[in-house]
Design a protein around this ligand. Structure first.
Ligand code: ADP
Length: 159
């Protein structure tokens, strides 16, 4: 069984994330989307909310599972029988850091990292930019899945 992980914050999930998740689901037997629990980083959505959104928008893919992790990704991989990490590369700016992490993960635990080039439609997209645009009332339709739009509106109306 070829099981891989797509790790990230997903605060919130964007169409860029979903594009990578769906493409990975066609290549591997099982894809685990793992939400990083980072208590030191302020987030717009709780981990539970992010997981709920991810489950809703990935339900159409039969071999995608959503989970959470904290600590080292390689430990999560070992516990779950995962041999590779799948990451999307947006631009050269992603590359330096991603390469360091990939090499560190391989040297620690022989966990491989597979990079997918981003869909050009979404190469400028990040969760932080979505939060920023939505905060000031910008239109994010077409950039995040439909259920996320409603959640963003509701969350930002609270603040
Ligand atoms: P961000 O806040 O930058 O969106 P995340 O930590 O939630 O980052 O993203 C997890 C991973 O998803 C990233 O490391 C990257 O591999 C991938 N990713 C994020 N946005 C995109 C995108 N627009 N296109 C392709 N891959 C992406």
């Amino acid at each position: 069984m070829r099981r891989v992980v797509c790790p990230g914050s997903f605060d919130p999930v964007t169409n860029g994330h979903l594009d990578i998740i769906s493409r990975a689901s066609r290549l591997y037997d099982e894809v685990i989307v793992a939400v990083l629990i980072n208590i030191t980083k302020k987030s717009l959505f709780t981990v539970d909310e992010r997981i709920e959104m991810l489950r809703e928008v990935s339900a159409q893919y039969g071999n995608v599972r959503v989970d959470r992790f904290h600590g080292l990704l390689v430990d999560f991989c070992e516990t779950n029988g995962i041999s590779a990490v799948v990451k999307g590369l947006r631009a050269v700016s992603d590359f330096d850091y991603e390469m360091q992490m990939a090499q560190m993960n391989y040297s620690m635990a022989k966990v491989e990292t597979m990079f997918m080039t981003t869909n050009p439609l979404y190469s400028f997209l990040s969760s932080s930019l979505i939060r920023e645009v939505a905060k000031y009332g910008g239109d994010v339709s077409g950039l995040v899945p439909e259920p996320v739009i409603g959640r963003l509106r509701a969350r930002l109306a609270e603040s």
